[in-house]
Design a protein around this ligand. Sequence first.
Ligand code: HEC
Ligand code: HEC
Ligand code: HEC
Ligand code: HEC
Ligand code: HEC
Length: 460
Amino acid sequence: MKKNLFVIGIGFLLIGASIISACTKEGPMGKPGADGTNGTNGTNGTNGTNGVDGGTNCQECHNPATVTLVAEQFEFSKHKYGEAAFGESGTVGCVPCHSSEGFKYVCQNNISAAFTQNATTLRWTNGYNTIPTASIGEITCNTCHSSLHTTYGKEDFSPLTTIAPVPMTFYGNGDATNAAKTINLTQDGGISNLCVKCHQPRPFTNSLTNGNVLNYDSLKNFPAITFYAATNPDQVNKLRPGYRTHTHYGTVGAIFAGKGGVEFAGTETYGNSPHTTLATCQDCHMATQTGRAGGHTFNASGNFAGCNKSGCHTDMSATKTSFVGDQAAAKQALADLAAKLTIGGVNIMNMNPDATTNLWAGKTAKNYDGYLNIYDPINNPNGISNNPAGTFKNPSTSGMSAAQIAINSGLPAITLTNAQMGAIINFQLCLREYSLGVHNTKYTMALLKNTIAAIPAATK
Ligand code: HEC
Ligand code: HEC
Ligand code: HEC
Ligand code: HEC
Ligand code: HEC
């Protein structure tokens, strides 16, 4: 907070100096603009309208109602106060979504989400990376408004850094069996695509075999086949499940667009709620500011101003029956799905009541966090199923001490069918969109209900 106020302070102090330096770069300074015309006199004691300014209009933006106000709202945005930009800086695969320079790099260079194959090793790798020299920077005004300070006019805000359709990193290019998928939310000129570019899930890969994107369709098309068993050779298992086998945090984009779930056939029809084509992320997350929500706080919690904007709802509120009822239904479906993912008496979905480490605490009664309930000496020391990386078969890949390997070996091994792996993915997508279906009730409920029906019964 202190740092930001200081920067704004400097901004105002330097306004004079910056005009000169900005202009000397371009050539000699132009003549001052013509004086504004005088304001017309007000009637009944109101003030006259202002004259048009001459010269460069720094104050179009640098005024209390614009940059200053927005910068204050932004203090309450996790884009600003979150720590991931700091933590992940330098990691070229993480910063396309976590840092300012990384994001601008992948946008401006149109970096593809495709996986590429190494001609010698034949392994595939995720190509959605920035470069080391563009892998830093906290998310700031310039991240989304990358044209700021180019023409020094207010129009510098309007070209957002990107509004292009978003190829899903979750699908990579796949191999021949996974068709690539693109999200394109065209309402309001495509401004939601800006958000989806970062708020999208990350791919699962065949880490034990060729490194390519997991074939998600095979999970629903061949549901009964064993996806993972400790007794299988590695060429048969595609990945070794662990506590952190997950689709990452930004699942909103996929659920909102109604794309990317493992769509098991079932009685529920896949479709989208009206939000998908009518509402923008900004409508709800940047609505008129109230308290700590709205505007550039990007926070939608408890702020119904966006829901009730003209042309949308008229009386949406925290007590409205449809809102409460739909969220309760999604919450119940998540609970039912997690309960059915009990294999050999072990509930495979992890629970964690601590709201500082579980971003989804309270979203379900049992406080699921989307991780797997698998032993991990550092991240999940109380995990109750065996970590296949720490077995006597795979000791070198685990980083565990001999004592930890012994603890781990005493825990029950997990076996997953294709359907159960698909169910884990769908559970993560639907829990981690945070809104208990508000983003896209229809798709969320179809995905959860059809998945519950498609997986085998819980086993003791
Ligand atoms: C299109 C709106 C806009 C215009 C026009 C504009 N600025 Fe800015 N300026 C910004 C924003 C946004 C920031 C970042 C504020 C923040 O991070 O809190 C900024 C920041 C600054 C800073 C702080 C250093 C920095 O780059 O973060 C200075 C100095 C500055 N502006 C000078 C000027 C001067 C001088 C002019 C006129 C020649 C000008 N600005 C015109 C929007 C504008
Ligand atoms: C450059 C990538 C990027 C863009 C673009 C982006 N976000 Fe984010 N957003 C993030 C990251 C990363 C976080 C988490 C930051 C952290 O924890 O350090 C986040 C956090 C959030 C949060 C808070 C989440 C929480 O757990 O409380 C909301 C809400 C949000 N973003 C909404 C939006 C909206 C709406 C847009 C479009 C207007 C948008 N974001 C654009 C990357 C982005
Ligand atoms: C495709 C974009 C994308 C990529 C690539 C990405 N992340 Fe994220 N990550 C996000 C978004 C979006 C969020 C915030 C989601 C939210 O809170 O709603 C997030 C959240 C996080 C958080 C949680 C922050 C918190 O608030 O607790 C961590 C930690 C994290 N990411 C680490 C990483 C690491 C490490 C990598 C690279 C291995 C990575 N991310 C790659 C988009 C991405
Ligand atoms: C995560 C992306 C993101 C970040 C970061 C961000 N903005 Fe914005 N900003 C937007 C979007 C999207 C809009 C357009 C909202 C709409 O059209 O509903 C917008 C609109 C604006 C507007 C209104 C522009 C107009 O044409 O009326 C101003 C002013 C503004 N932003 C200033 C800032 C300042 C100052 C910062 C930094 C303190 C900032 N923004 C950071 C996404 C962002
Ligand atoms: C119809 C309104 C609406 C739209 C449109 C919408 N959201 Fe949300 N969003 C919500 C609600 C409601 C929540 C849950 C807030 C809560 O309970 O904390 C939420 C939660 C989130 C969160 C978790 C942060 C938090 O505060 O809990 C992120 C991140 C997010 N939305 C991103 C997006 C993105 C990106 C888009 C566009 C693709 C989008 N949202 C579109 C209403 C909306």
